[in-house]
Design a protein around this ligand. Structure first.
Ligand code: SIN
Length: 206
């Protein structure tokens, strides 16, 4: 029978998890409550390799992790979940990410809670580190994995961040470059197609 010293009986039935990447927009786990939230002292970067979701071991994709950034506030989504959910999350985030305890500020509830996030540290084998935005975009446009294209990961994250009012210049720049390339290639294709059609019309007429 539980008594006053039995900490397991006193332990809360739930915990909070803070998502800053795909955990914001791909919610494939049950939660009791969710809140737009922020953490302090971290920044989001496309510096982690993905062997299992947006790439393969032979051709890894590029996804986000967090890097220490004193003074920076990083906005994401916090979920209150049952402890059992961590089994699923540990598996989903297994490629280099580790659980880390943080203080999470819940924006609407105007209070703080302690919770867990998944961070891929610079010493994990899949860590890629920084690169020029142009090189990151080229990399992202070339990568695909079991969870879909790396391009969709970036664009969905950019959209999700906008929806929660997060201004992340790093993500926004990459998304803008990808969209511009897409526009250019669509436009280029149209022009090429139109050019071809024009050519075959004039060939018909000659
Ligand atoms: C997260 O979303 O919090 C972790 C990184 C990811 O799965 O994209």
């Amino acid at each position: 029978m539980a008594n006053a010293h039995d900490t397991s009986a006193d332990a809360p039935a739930t915990d909070w998890v803070f998502g800053y990447g795909s955990l914001i927009y791909k919610v494939d786990f049950p939660y009791r409550r969710r809140e737009v939230a922020s953490i302090s002292g971290w920044k989001r970067r496309f510096w982690q390799g993905s062997h299992d979701h947006r790439g393969t071991p032979e051709a890894p994709g590029r996804v986000v992790t967090l890097l220490p950034a004193p003074g920076n506030v990083c906005r994401g989504m916090a979920y209150e979940v049952d402890h059992a959910v961590f089994e699923h999350l540990d598996h989903r985030e297994k490629n280099g990410y580790q659980r880390h305890r943080v203080e999470i500020e819940l924006l609407d509830a105007a209070g703080t809670v302690n919770g867990t996030l998944y961070v891929a540290g610079t010493d994990n084998p899949a860590f890629l580190g920084p690169a020029d935005p142009e090189a990151i975009v080229e990399h992202i446009l070339s990568a695909h994995g079991p969870s879909g294209s790396n391009r969709d990961y970036l664009l969905q994250l950019d959209q999700a961040l906008r929806e929660i009012g997060e201004e992340d210049a790093h993500v926004a720049e990459l998304a803008e470059r990808v969209s511009a390339q897409q526009h250019y290639s669509t436009h280029g294709l149209t022009t090429r197609k139109a050019g071809k059609a024009e050519k075959s019309r004039s060939a018909d007429q000659s």
